[in-house]
Design a protein around this ligand. Structure first.
Ligand code: URA
Ligand code: SF4
Length: 262
């Protein structure tokens, strides 16, 4: 096993975009990503781990990169970090099967150490090379909310200067990717805290962030239901179209901002 990065035998083009299919659909992208050589990381990893989840998901979670087990399974968040994530989602009342889960970088970066493969942090070059896949996933799914977990995901979507520690748990709007973005820590960081009390506290804080996400999405679902009910009421009115305050708000609301693939 060769160490990752700067391997002259690992020819790469510098961008995942060079491997985009002609038709941009989620399944075509997933297929095309299998032969990506946008950066060095394809060389030593087992396979590309593309995002997984329904195409109409309102919530998207973005992690760093696949880990050892994800690399072997070909699916995101199926290992120890995935179990922490599953538990937090479950306790926050969020159904993972309705969530689209992906990573900023789609190949596992590691250092061989004996028989083990030790997780290596993706650098800016790798994050930038891989971003086109993530951008395309966002553009196709158009989630209402994106949760970036950890510094790598935050760097990819919010820039190098964004500090998770500063904005953690805040519902951020005004970004191009989705109406709402929330940054939290990476679930695998919770596995590495040696002190029991500190670990319990960190897991509670992680759960709290997902409760904020659940609340935000619930409030939107409720608003959508009220809008639908108001429209139903107007349609049922015997004397033509009666405008309700909800209609008014609906028609004057600015169009939601949509992510675009550059
Ligand atoms: N960590 C990640 O960031 N993503 C995975 O898929 C697994 C672990
Ligand atoms: Fe392509 Fe991303 Fe894999 Fe690099 S990490 S080869 S850019 S899919």
């Amino acid at each position: 096993m060769k160490p990752p990065g700067d391997n002259p035998a690992c020819k790469n083009t510098g961008s995942a975009r060079d491997f985009f299919p002609e038709r941009i659909t989620l399944s075509q992208l997933r297929e095309a990503s299998k032969s990506c050589r946008g950066c060095d990381l394809y060389c030593n990893a087992t396979q590309t781990v593309f995002g997984a989840g329904p195409a109409d998901a309102v919530l998207m979670l973005v992690g760093e990169q696949p880990g050892d087990q994800e690399d072997l399974a070909g699916k995101p968040f199926v290992g120890p970090a995935g179990r922490i994530l599953d538990e937090a989602l479950d306790q926050a009342g969020i159904d993972r099967s309705k969530v689209y889960v992906t990573n900023a970088v789609k190949h596992f970066k590691f250092e061989p150490r004996g028989k083990r493969r030790i997780h290596g942090k993706p650098n800016s070059r790798e994050i930038n090379a891989c971003r086109p896949w993530l951008e395309a996933e966002i553009q196709l799914i158009q989630p209402k909310m994106i949760v970036v977990m950890g510094a790598t995901a935050a760097q990819s979507l919010l820039g190098k200067d964004f500090r998770v520690t500063k904005h953690r748990g805040e519902v951020l709007d005004g970004h191009q990717w989705a109406p709402w973005i929330l940054a939290t820590v990476h679930p695998s960081s919770l596995l590495r805290i040696p002190d029991h009390d500190a670990r319990v506290q960190a897991r509670a804080a992680f759960l709290h962030d997902f409760k904020v996400v659940a609340r935000q999405l619930k409030s939107e679902t409720l608003r959508a239901r009220l809008r639908a009910a108001a429209h139903e009421h107007v349609r049922a009115a015997p004397h033509g179209h009666v405008r309700s305050p909800v209609d008014e708000r609906e028609t004057t609301r600015p169009a939601p901002r949509r992510a675009h693939v550059r």
